[in-house]
Write a protein that binds this ligand. Structure first.
Ligand SMILES: Cc1cc2nc3c(=O)[nH]c(=O)nc-3n(C[C@H](O)[C@H](O)[C@H](O)COP(=O)(O)O)c2cc1C
Length: 253
């Protein structure tokens, strides 16, 4: 055996040895067990999308409560705050409708791309937005354009997501059940129900817009009435969100 052949054989031997010891590594063995279903890997993944700008106020609290319920129900929860991200609404690039390459996941690349890809594979989705001028926030709308335009076929006008899943739509607002200007998620609600399934809706009405009404020009609102409403409803609203999260996590397929 010449030197060249000796070196080649030695290198192959070392590589084979390394591969064998890698296969024996505990992490690889654990993954193999999981693949062979020896360890159940049925943890649901639920995506929670916050379309409000305030981190600690009404919408965020409702979503946090939902997420806590989902975690208690055994799900893995991923919270995405749209206002922390740099992304656009639908750019009308039409890449999702290219002949032979049509996709029901948006093809435009920006910070939203990994979120849209994760939603495509998730087991559940919760969206939250404050009511702004009767509708959802601009960020939530832009997000939904990116999510839903790729679902829509211009061949037959069908609306199809990569995967159907339970959805909860959360809104918070100044309005009351009797007096409000709410249009909910508007036409996006139709897309969501076609593509993913009929959503469950949760609305927290007559929320506290600020913590201290004395500091602001908000004479159109009676803080006393707001306080009374809050005492009677807010804990219940949060509980409903918690229960919805737990139900989603625990639901059988
Ligand atoms: C720009 C803006 C527009 C709003 N428009 C409405 C509205 O049209 N109807 C309504 O009931 N509340 C409206 N509100 C009140 C918010 O929906 C309400 O305070 C909500 O609970 C705020 O959510 P957050 O605490 O998560 O920010 C508006 C608030 C802002 C800042």
């Amino acid at each position: 055996m010449d030197r060249r052949e000796f070196l080649k054989k030695t290198a192959l031997g070392v590589a084979a040895l390394a591969a064998t010891s890698l296969l024996e590594h505990p992490a690889v063995a654990a993954a193999n067990e999981m693949i062979n279903n020896k360890i159940p890997n049925n943890m649901k993944k639920i995506m929670v999308i916050d379309g409000g700008p305030r981190r600690n106020m009404n919408t965020a609290s409702m979503l946090e409560s939902f997420a806590n319920g989902a975690k208690e129900g055994g799900a893995e929860v991923k919270l995405v705050r749209l206002y922390d991200m740099d992304y656009k609404g639908c750019m009308s690039c039409m890449a999702c409708k290219l002949k032979g390459k049509a996709s029901n996941i948006c093809k435009f690349k920006d910070a939203l791309t990994p979120v849209l890809e994760e939603i495509a594979e998730a087991d559940g989705l919760a969206l939250g937005s404050p009511n702004y001028f009767g509708e959802i926030t601009a960020q939530m709308r832009a997000f939904l354009e990116r999510l839903a335009f790729a679902w829509l076929s211009y061949n037959d006008y069908s609306i199809t997501a990569p995967k159907r899943m339970p959805v909860v739509l959360i809104e918070t607002m100044n309005g009351t059940p009797e007096r409000n200007n709410d249009h909910g998620y508007g036409s996006m609600e139709h897309c969501i129900s076609q593509a993913l399934g009929q959503p469950e809706k949760l609305i927290a009405y007559n929320t506290y817009q600020v913590k201290n009404y004395d500091r602001y020009e908000l004479a159109g609102f009676s803080e006393e009435a707001k306080r009374k409403w809050r005492e009677e409803h807010w804990e219940e609203d949060l509980q409903k969100a918690f229960d919805a999260g737990k139900r989603m996590a625990e639901a059988k397929e």
